[in-house]
Design a protein around this ligand. Structure first.
Ligand code: 3UK
Length: 543
């Protein structure tokens, strides 16, 4: 075995015990990795050695483009700052705090090239949440966008151990005096390269650990087998690079094939629409809610072919994709969405369908390199057509940092994502709900996404969230929170109309007995609906 390069063995010492690991499978020929591997070298230095340093790598509004060679030069200088001035040793954790921008990508690669562990974070996090991350991952170093230093400053003051950090202005000043050469640390393929904190809704945050090898594995499964982008593609999208959906879709995947990517600091739907046009972007990564809003933004502007011009591939992940959203996007752009389910624990997407293979109502088939199975409560596979728990295995999998919840995610070598799914006879996986979001009303099991899907098909509805609220008679009742399109008024007449509309589309007992009209829905920074917020907002209904 190639020896770990980590001098600071914090991560290695806190891997789950071997009996709690998922089964890893490396059957594809492209998943045979050398024992010595640094993913920053593979994704950045190799293509430059091969003569592709002059190709454009990173683009951002109002900024000059960075070629691969430009990026490498910055990466080397930042690595110099980290090692020579901040005391990074291989295995050190470095917190990265910034909106999506080229310098953030340079920081990520610098940490990883120097053998450190990159810990991404969402720009929206407040000091209390940052403290949790800093303490959990025992982080001693941070690089922070100058606009986001306030929360970090108070987090550093509250953290258990001292934190050394530089804001981006000081970093750039320090870079100027460092060499533009840096020898990469020869990490082992199974050294930890990054921590991904989960967007968990309750309790202490969990840190997932991913190895250098995992980063490369993610690049050779979903991208070449389902996405099939090329070196001439221009990637764009909304997920923060602190979320592995964004890290893969907006950095690792384009760089693995020598393509370029557009980074946008505040990617609201309207800003995204403009940027797609301005940069003639071709591959888009975002969440279902953003596709709905972008389709609406395009329609309001009465641009007939607003996005379809340059755009050719659109990936939806993070939440279930309702059939109504798929067709809304097809009508707005002529493009069939690529739906894919991924998870922070799995690093990226493991079930998906390309444009030709898509089926309304199904997420897709298992991505080459992975296996998936639907299990009953006791961990036995159920036959096609039966709803159960989704379990997956592949080259990536769950390794929580020092966390007893490892035993909940990984059982008998399978990763349990917490989703209720059903597989059909053709091997397509159909999403039902998060297992803990299932509504039980008068003895019936009701999956919120199926009801949301029906409500969303109503012409007045822009967005919708369905939860179970306590009810004395029925245990729970189905309640829909509805955001209307411009020009509609939420009154009793419309409530009844939506209820009748739903009853005509799905089994009537699933219709929302309560509807509340709202102006927006609570979502995480990654576009996920926060159903628990809506549940807490609804007092129990008395008989
Ligand atoms: C849900 C989906 C239905 C599902 C993620 C792509 O979302 C990502 O990671 P998270 O850890 O959440 C994982 C959970 O989100 N989900 C994600 N995609 C879909 N449900 N259809 C989908 N297409 O409950 C899953 O267990 O935040 C997504 C790539 C990387 C990621 N980290």
């Amino acid at each position: 075995m190639f020896r770990s390069a980590h001098i600071d063995t914090f991560a290695r010492d806190r891997l789950p015990p071997p009996e709690r690991w998922p089964q890893f499978i490396f059957e594809l020929p492209e998943l045979q990795f050398a024992e010595q591997l640094n993913c920053a070298v593979e994704l950045l230095d190799r293509p430059i050695e091969a003569g592709r340093g002059g190709r454009v790598c990173l683009r951002a509004p109002g900024q000059p483009v960075w070629t691969y060679a430009d990026l490498q030069q910055r990466v080397n200088r930042i690595a110099g700052v980290l090692v020579n001035r901040m005391g990074l040793v291989p295995g050190s954790r470095v917190l990265l705090r910034s909106p999506n921008k080229p310098l953030l990508v340079a920081c990520w690669f610098a940490v990883v090239k120097a053998g450190g562990i990159a810990v991404g974070s969402m720009p929206l996090l407040r000091s209390k949440e940052l403290v949790q991350i800093i303490d959990k991952a025992q982080i001693g170093l941070a690089l922070c966008d100058t606009a986001l230093t306030d929360e970090l400053e108070s987090a550093a003051a509250a953290a258990r151990a001292p934190l050394r950090w530089l804001d981006f202005d000081s970093l750039q000043a320090a870079m100027a005096t460092e060499s533009d050469r840096f020898d990469a640390v020869a990490t082992a393929a199974d050294d930890v390269a990054l921590f991904g904190f989960t967007s968990g809704t309750t309790g202490q945050p969990k840190a997932t650990m991913h190895l250098h090898r995992d980063v490369m594995a993610a690049c050779v499964c979903f991208p070449p087998h389902v996405l099939r982008a090329t070196a001439d593609d221009i990637f764009i999208g909304s997920p923060p690079l602190g979320f592995t959906f964004g890290l893969g879709g907006l950095t690792l995947f384009p760089m693995h094939i020598g393509a370029s990517t557009v980074l946008i600091e505040k990617p609201s739907p309207a800003v995204l629409v403009d940027a797609i046009e301005a940069f003639a972007a071709t591959v888009l990564f975002t969440a279902p809610t953003s596709y709905r809003a972008m389709a609406a933004a395009a329609r309001e502007r009465r641009i007939s072919k607003p996005l379809g011009g340059s755009l050719r591939k659109c990936v939806s992940a993070g939440e279930a994709l309702p059939a109504a959203t798929r067709s809304l996007w097809r009508e707005a752009t002529g493009i069939e969405l690529i739906d894919g389910i991924g998870a922070t624990e799995m690093l990226h997407i493991f079930i998906a369908a390309d444009e030709a293979g898509s089926r309304a109502g199904a997420t897709g088939k298992v991505v080459p390199g992975y296996r998936a199975c639907i299990m009953d409560e006791t961990g036995q596979p159920v036959p096609p057509g039966v709803v159960g728990r989704l379990a997956v295995q592949g080259p990536t999998g769950c390794r929580y940092l020092d966390d007893p919840r490892q035993a909940e995610y990984v059982k008998d070598g399978w990763n349990y994502t917490g989703d209720a799914y059903r597989m059909d006879a053709d091997g397509y996986f159909h999403y039902e709900a998060r297992t803990d979001d299932m509504i039980v009303s008068a003895g019936y099991n009701i999956a919120p996404p199926e009801v949301e899907e029906a409500v969303l098909a109503h012409p007045t509805v822009a967005d919708c969230a369905v939860v179970g609220v306590d009810d004395v008679q029925r245990g729970q009742i189905v309640k829909a929170f509805v955001v209307l399109r411009e020009g509609s008024t939420g009154d009793e007449g419309l409530t009844a109309a939506i209820q009748d509309f739903v009853k005509a589309r799905i089994v009537p007992y699933k219709y929302p007995r309560a509807i509340e009209f709202v102006t927006d829905l609570p979502r995480t920074a990654t576009g996920k609906l926060q159903r628990f917020v809506l549940r807490d907002r609804s007092p129990p209904k008395s008989a």
